[in-house]
Design a protein around this ligand. Structure first.
Ligand SMILES: Cc1cc2nc3c(=O)[nH]c(=O)nc-3n(C[C@H](O)[C@H](O)[C@H](O)COP(=O)(O)OP(=O)(O)OC[C@H]3O[C@@H](n4cnc5c(N)ncnc54)[C@H](O)[C@@H]3O)c2cc1C
Length: 435
């Protein structure tokens, strides 16, 4: 079959899908391109949704991503894929249409994990945040000036929403089951620094306690949050920020290896079937892909990083265009803005057995912390000093010794501290042991 007769379908019209489609065209693919999106919107950017969109500095509908390349694609918005038949090579849509493909890019990302009690989750004033419509709804509730906002979950989204609420002058309580905010990702030492930042902004932090129930006002609106220790917090708005589940439900019955932690891929980016065989017609990219990374051997990882969705989307485009790129090995990188501070990280802290403060100091709240595992640098986190990070990214990519060597501008020797990740340090479903 010539390239012009080949049909490529992209499922997921967001960052990874868009950049993947562009990369297909840049790689010279000239056949039919169909892009299927569950949402009614053109691809848009999610990072502003927990930041400038909530504070009202950017309108939710001003987040549309630019097309960097003319795509000449057949776009299907608001018609989610509901099934995949790999024998017939069709993607079924909610409208009933069966869209044929010769090659397929799966880029369906993730959704916010909802509050587990459906009746409580359905109360007015209870929000999750993943998409533009959710951000718009939360923005409206916050703009109405609620007396009390309660955020459940002290991960990145919960922390960013708390900072945005503070910027609006609202009274905020952040409830986190772990010992500190962000302890799972950064460990307790750095988590405490983040906690001090949010306390200084005015947020009340309740760490180490679970939320037991959301209670209503008798008229269908949330009024209180009851904690497991018996405390009752008044709440006019509740934001459930309990992480993400990957959008793989539509792949049920396809024979592909997937669950709520992602769809398994090989090192190239081809999806794996339930017997771990690659399907070389199908690649996955972005938050939905769970893949082996050479810097973190032994298991597959799924990331929730903007830069990764771009890089892996582009990689998958080249792969499906037949350019046979090298195995995907981009060093993970992430940023978060909270209360005027930018936190940037490179690498992954998972499994770190120690960290050092390599520049600045935790006390000053301006530093680079480098994490190590078994004598190698595996991650670095810059707090309010991102310009120091590129050097450490090179250390991580090269598997440089940990603790980082002294000399140059660094002030070592460094005291190696335990990162103090909370127990249990079980891998999550987005980190799966590789076969
Ligand atoms: C509020 C928020 C703030 C963030 N801030 C940062 C940040 O500061 N820094 C950072 O590095 N990262 C940040 N991220 C993460 C970053 O935005 C994601 O990593 C990125 O959006 C992933 O892109 P993706 O295309 O893989 O998935 P998504 O952006 O989730 O897109 C997947 C798309 O697929 C669609 N879809 C799902 N199921 C189907 C189906 N069955 N059929 C068709 N379409 C389907 C979805 O509707 C969605 O449009 C943030 C994320 C959120 C939600």
């Amino acid at each position: 079959m010539s390239d012009a007769e080949t049909r490529i379908v992209v499922v997921g019209a967001s960052l990874a899908g868009l950049r993947g489609a562009e990369s297909l065209r840049q790689a010279g693919f000239c056949g039919a391109l169909t892009i299927i999106g569950a949402e009614p919107h053109r691809p848009y950017d999610r990072p502003p949704l927990s930041k400038a969109v909530l504070t009202g500095e950017v309108a939710a509908d001003a987040t549309t991503l630019p097309n960097l390349v003319a795509l000449e694609a057949d776009w299907r918005f608001g018609d989610p894929a509901t099934g995949l038949d790999r024998t017939q090579r069709t993607v079924t849509l909610a409208s009933g249409e069966a869209v044929p493909y010769d090659r397929l890019l799966i880029a369906t990302g993730a959704s916010a994990r909802g509050w587990p009690n459906a009746a409580e989750a359905g109360l007015a004033g209870v929000h999750t945040l993943r998409g533009r419509d959710e951000a718009e709804a939360l923005r409206r509730d916050l703009a109405a000036g609620p007396a009390h906002v309660v955020i459940i979950g002290g991960g990145f989204i919960g922390c960013e929403v708390a900072a945005s609420c503070q910027a609006l002058g609202l009274t905020v309580t952040l409830v986190e089951t772990g010992p500190t905010l962000l302890a799972k990702v950064l460990g307790q030492h750095l988590g405490s620094v983040v906690e001090a930042l949010h306390a200084s902004l005015g947020t009340t932090i309740r760490s180490g306690v679970k939320v037991a129930a959301l209670e209503d006002d008798g008229a269908g609106r949330v009024a209180r949050v009851r904690l497991a220790d018996g405390t009752v917090l008044p709440a006019d708005v509740v934001v459930v920020a309990l992480g993400a589940v990957r959008n793989t439900g539509w792949l049920a019955g396809s024979g592909l290896a997937c669950d709520e932690g992602g769809i398994d891929c090989d090192a190239q980016g081809y999806v794996l079937d339930e017997s771990e065989r690659p399907d070389t017609r199908i690649a996955a990219a972005g938050d939905v892909a769970r893949f082996p990374h050479p810097l973190y051997p032994g298991h597959r990882i799924a990331l929730e990083h903007w830069g990764h969705a771009v890089a892996q989307g582009r990689h998958a485009g080249r792969l499906l265009a037949g350019l046979a790129p090298e195995p995907y090995a981009e060093v993970p990188a992430f940023w978060s803005s909270q209360g005027g501070i930018t936190l940037k990280s490179v690498g992954l802290t998972t499994g770190a057995d120690g960290f050092v403060v390599a520049r600045g100091s935790l006390k000053e709240g301006r530093f680079v912390a480098v994490y190590g595992r078994e004598g190698r640098c595996i991650a670095a986190v810059a707090f309010d000093c991102a310009r120091w990070l590129p050097t450490y990214a090179e250390h991580i990519a090269a598997g440089a010794p940990f603790p980082p060597e002294t000399g140059g501008v660094d002030a070592g020797p460094f005291a190696v501290l335990p990162p103090a990740f909370p127990e249990p340090a079980e891998p999550t479903s987005s980190e799966k042991d590789a076969a």
